[in-house]
Design a protein around this ligand. Sequence first.
Ligand SMILES: Cc1cc2nc3c(=O)[nH]c(=O)nc-3n(C[C@H](O)[C@H](O)[C@H](O)COP(=O)(O)OP(=O)(O)OC[C@H]3O[C@@H](n4cnc5c(N)ncnc54)[C@H](O)[C@@H]3O)c2cc1C
Length: 396
Amino acid sequence: MTATLPLHTLIVGGGIAGSALAIALASDGHRVTVLEKQSEWAFQSSGIFIYSNGLVALDRIGVLPEILAAGFVVADGENVYLDHRGDPIVDVFYPSAEGGRIPPVIGIKRAEMHCVLATRMQALGVEIRLGTSVNAIDDGAAAGPAAGPVMVHTSDGAALSCDLVVGADGIRSRVRSLLLGDIEPIYTGFGVWRSIHRRPADVVSKLLMMGVGKRFGVMPISHDTLYVYATSNEPGRPWYAPDTWHAHMRAKFDEFQGPARRYLEELSPATETLYTSVEEVRLPLPWHRGRVQLIGDAAHASTPFMGQGGAMALEDAVVLAEMLGARTADASLTNTLQAFGERRYPRCAFVQDVSRKVGEAGGLENDASCLVRNDRMKAGAQADVDRFYAHMLGPY
Ligand SMILES: Cc1cc2nc3c(=O)[nH]c(=O)nc-3n(C[C@H](O)[C@H](O)[C@H](O)COP(=O)(O)OP(=O)(O)OC[C@H]3O[C@@H](n4cnc5c(N)ncnc54)[C@H](O)[C@@H]3O)c2cc1C
């Protein structure tokens, strides 16, 4: 098909990737419709870190000041590493970007981040259909290159026409299953426990306590709150009833001392607590079929050990909008989507691989190997961070 600009893009999923893409495209003058299955914006509790490369992407779509105001900036990028007793291992510093204009890392409550993104979508006139999913997509490919619009049949019985459909509907993507059949995310054997607490005034850095096969992290997410995230080996994918999460979290990390103690003791039925079984999506290219494209977790959900999944979703949005904007009127949309996948795949696979290795190494630890790990961290953790971010802050 030879599409003419501006495009009408229908995005399925108004999470990080979908909202960012909607903002980027609408800012460039394209028409955008977002289908979001939640009947009101209600994002899971807990926080998220966004490192400098993700903040660069938020800057590109024009929402960085609001995000920084809603979150907590760790201005010097400090990450304090302790062992599970609370004894220091090493401090590392994440880099800022663009000569210090973009901070190294922020923590933000997910709901606050989505509030910023939803407010901007509304201001830009993005059509948002809450409480709506997708039942079927007909991209007209069977009719050949002169095909008409893509037709999207929604869960509320509407048939919407558009030029391009983007599946930004997360790890259990419905668009992915319509495109490629059922592809189950892979369970990784890890669980993540998260909880929200009041922030003591002196907690201004990121902290990670390295246990034996377990991690216990603390990150400020606003002027008065912080978020605890803790990982454990969970072979066999156990299920925990939500009303028991706080008690399991407290018991599982009971050997953690030092700064962890106060947060473990605070855990109660009233604490906002969340347990997540960690899954991955490893999807080879192509990430599109015809004029239907997958982005974000729908295409490449990662383990969370590098804290980069949200940043990859944001970068996808920036790159896809840029490539659609740069497309000449006679260029095929499917060729642009093919090129998008080829451009994004190596970087997303790199993040997935690094993150998976970090998780797997943690999963194999014992008391003796942790002493070696701590010595290695003292000698090389800053160099590891510098190497990783030299790559992440390079061109993509
Ligand atoms: C425990 C954990 C901790 C993490 N921590 C971090 C971190 O600190 N930093 C970081 O950068 N990343 C982190 N991540 C990764 C990050 O959360 C994801 O990579 C990111 O949310 C992906 O964004 P997305 O928009 O692709 O998907 P999502 O954020 O999942 O959004 C998908 C959206 O689609 C909607 N949807 C789903 N199905 C449909 C449908 N059929 N129709 C319509 N709408 C639909 C959903 O309601 C949702 O709004 C973490 C992940 C986990 C599991």
